[in-house]
Design a binder for this molecule. Structure first.
Ligand code: PLP
Length: 426
């Protein structure tokens, strides 16, 4: 038996006999559960074994389901075929990415705001989050939205920048959890947040689906400026924004270039979750306390620990930013947004408190007074639908589950029928 799981979390697997004298990085021992999504996958497998005849629908992990649009996949096919010819072959590229792609990203996403040489092309936003941790080093303090995408907390813990898990607070000592809930409109009360070196901030947010307004982001930038903090702004869902007051980049906020870097990705825009292509923006004006440009050190990280994004993936990204590719990509986003609208309406009609699902592919559904993992288990047992328990994103997510709109329309419609059959009268 490998490890022990209660309804809420898992204990580490029992130790087996050592084969080396190498001491384990003790920070791994601090991590509480297996990473959220592997745990969900384990429970799904258990459910499949119990009900082999039932067709499980996943609205759990935020993985894309729609094929990559043809203009974009054709460009990648062409790049791959070219690699098989003498003329089309290329080896290592620039670690920072193709110059034309950096230019195209700056033009498409940051017109008049950022320059191409401030864009670092990568293999994804999650990978960049890890590399940023390496750049910032161990000795700094961190604040996160609560709930938040688990990668910010877990990479901070692995890096050794936190104390132990504290069962009383259900968080790690040394991390500031900025509560985001319905009472504060899913934007933290910054007057209650102590200064930290780094502030991880994701908008539109995973998991709550909330999108910060211009005014709120200005507050955040001013707060960082007052405290001398750096904001790591995760804009991985920026193109899902549809309301007018939903900035698509932190750099729309005056002064942000001095306090914020931004990570982003084609994963949820063009179905590049498997292709892998993201980027990080590090403005020239962003400096450490000794005046060193952050860009200098991030460039060093990228040239030392990364050898450039796949040339095929970069060809795909360039195609995403050509007019035909861009319009096909936006169609995919619209499709997922329709799914989100269907799910959102379903839960609202059934009388639940529902958030998100407008500027985001995630619908955040409240089950007040209940434990998220219990609700997750109940939905799996009765509807054969996988959701994501809110508490997996931090203590502030307790009492919620996240439904992801990354699914086929057929599955969303089937999920709606099952939800209505089970919860329709609640
Ligand atoms: N950031 C957020 C907020 C996400 O939700 C995800 C994926 O779910 C990522 C980053 C990961 O992006 P990538 O696939 O580019 O690593």
């Amino acid at each position: 038996r490998r490890g022990e799981c209660t309804a809420v979390r898992c204990a580490a697997a029992p130790e087996t006999a050592a084969t080396t004298r190498v001491k384990r990085n003790e920070n791994f021992g601090k991590l509480q559960a297996g990473y959220l999504f592997p745990e969900i996958a384990r429970r799904r497998r258990e459910h499949e074994a119990k009900y082999p005849d039932k067709q499980i629908i996943s609205l759990g992990i935020g993985d894309t389901t729609e094929p990559i649009p043809s203009f974009i996949s054709d460009a990648m096919a062409k790049a791959a075929a070219g690699l098989g010819t003498r003329e089309g072959y290329s080896g290592y590229g620039a670690e920072q990415g193709r110059p034309d792609l950096r230019e195209a990203i700056a033009k498409a996403f940051y017109p008049g705001l950022r320059k191409a040489d401030e864009i670092f092309v990568s293999d994804g936003a999650k990978c960049d989050a890890g590399r940023l941790q390496m750049m910032f080093g161990v000795d700094r303090t961190v604040a996160v939205q609560d709930p938040s995408y688990p990668v910010y907390v877990d990479t901070t813990v692995i890096q050794g920048s936190t104390g132990n898990y504290n069962p009383a607070s259900e968080g790690f000592d040394g991390i500031e959890y900025m509560l985001c809930n319905a009472d504060n409109g899913f934007f933290p009360d910054l007057s209650k947040v102590p200064p930290t070196d780094l502030i991880f901030f994701c908008s539109p947010n995973n998991p709550t689906g909330a999108a910060a307004t211009r005014q709120q982001l200005q507050e955040l930038v001013d707060f960082a400026k007052r405290n001398g903090s750096i904001i790591v702004y995760d804009a991985a869902y920026a193109l899902y924004c549809e309301e007018p007051d939903c900035p698509k980049t932190i750099y729309e906020i005056p002064g942000a270039d001095e306090v914020a870097l931004e990570v982003n990705s084609f994963s949820k825009y063009a179905g590049f979750t498997g292709v892998r292509l993201g980027w990080t923006v590090v403005p020239d004006a962003l400096r450490f306390s000794d005046g060193t440009p952050v860009k200098t050190d991030f460039n060093r990280i990228m040239t030392t620990c990364f050898n450039g994004a796949s040339s095929i993936a970069q060809a795909g990204a360039l195609a995403c930013l050509e007019p035909e590719g861009y319009s096909q990509m936006m169609n995919v986003i619209s499709f997922y947004k329709e799914n989100a609208a269907i799910l959102r309406k379903t839960f609202i009609d059934m009388g639940f408190s529902v958030y998100g699902g407008i500027n985001s592919p995630y619908v955040w559904v409240g089950f007040p007074g209940q434990k998220s993992w219990d609700v997750f288990a109940d939905i799996l047992e009765k509807c054969h639908i996988v959701t994501t328990p809110g508490s997996g994103f931090g203590p502030g997510g307790e009492g919620f589950v996240r439904a992801s709109a990354f699914s086929t329309r057929e599955n969303v419609n089937e999920a709606v029928s099952r939800f209505q059959a089970v919860f329709g009268s609640s």
